[in-house]
Design a binder for this molecule. Structure first.
Ligand SMILES: [Zn+2]
Ligand SMILES: [Zn+2]
Length: 273
């Protein structure tokens, strides 16, 4: 919170984005404080098999979902996004209706998690295919975060995922949304849904596994605090906080907003988020 307010003072052009982020963080913090740390104790052999197959380890049944809390978070998240014009009125209405309809919400959420996590997938992992309207996707990712973050927190101590080498999250299967370069110049990816972190080659594209250095474009902000790795094969990019010259650890809620100008620079070069 303090860092976000400092960012707003230092870069007034980011004020609106900071204000929206402050509200989202506050809403998530309120729910997360109520979500119990689930007791998940997966069989180590199952974990190893999931890992070999590139499948994550949070099963839908593991998520300590309190439906009334989820409905409230959905509503609040949709309200915030609508107020800051990140979603339009029709989308806002659609999400409010969904949050009131218990019969529709539960199957939708479990189906959405099944397809986007790939945890039970027996065949190859589905590539990021359109599963829900983009605005609903965004609201669901934010609303499920407090619950999934608790699961990842619990599993961090009980499942050994150190051998995971995939570009998607070992806990919930979502894509990385940010990353951090460690003082040893390794890279840790940060899940865009549950915020878990995992090691991944610094010069490999997590989205298409391209590891030809000649086809990875990297550039940094002038102060060297942040960096972009863009892939010239699939045209996607990922931002990073450069921990090699940093005075504090990565803070995704702050760093993802502080780097909005980098997104603009990457998109101007023709890369996609
Ligand atoms: Zn995740
Ligand atoms: Zn790529």
């Amino acid at each position: 919170m303090v860092e976000l307010k400092q960012l707003k003072a230092a870069q007034p052009e980011l004020a609106t984005a900071v204000d929206m982020q402050l509200e989202l963080v506050e809403a998530q913090r309120r729910v997360q404080s109520r979500v119990p740390l689930p007791w998940i104790q997966p069989d180590p052999e199952w974990v190893a098999a999931q890992q070999r197959a590139g499948r994550p380890v949070i099963r839908f049944a593991d998520i300590p979902l309190e439906w009334s809390d989820l409905r409230l978070t959905l509503r609040q998240t949709a309200d915030i996004l609508h107020r800051y014009e990140a979603i339009d009125r029709a989308e806002h209405e659609q999400i409010l209706t969904l949050s009131r309809d218990g019969n529709a919400l539960q199957p939708l959420v479990s189906q959405w998690y099944a397809t986007t996590s790939g945890v039970d997938q027996t065949g190859p992992r589905p590539s990021a295919s359109p599963h829900a309207p983009p605005s609903l996707d965004q609201v669901l990712v934010l609303s499920m975060r407090p619950f999934l973050a608790r699961c990842a927190e619990s599993l961090l101590q009980r499942a050994d995922l150190s051998a995971w080498r995939h570009g998607h999250c070992p806990y919930c299967g979502w894509e990385p949304d940010f990353s951090v370069i460690t003082p040893n110049a390794d890279r840790r990816l940060i899940c865009g849904r549950c915020l878990a972190q995992w090691d991944f080659g610094p010069l490999t594209c997590p989205f298409c596994a391209n590891d030809d250095r000649a086809l990875i474009t990297s550039f940094a902000t002038r102060d060297g605090k942040y960096r972009v790795y863009a892939c010239d094969v699939c045209r996607r990019y990922l931002k990073a906080y450069d921990g090699r010259r940093a005075s504090r650890p990565v803070m995704v809620a702050v760093d993802s907003i502080a780097t909005l100008p980098l997104d603009a620079a990457a998109m101007q070069r023709g890369y996609l988020g």
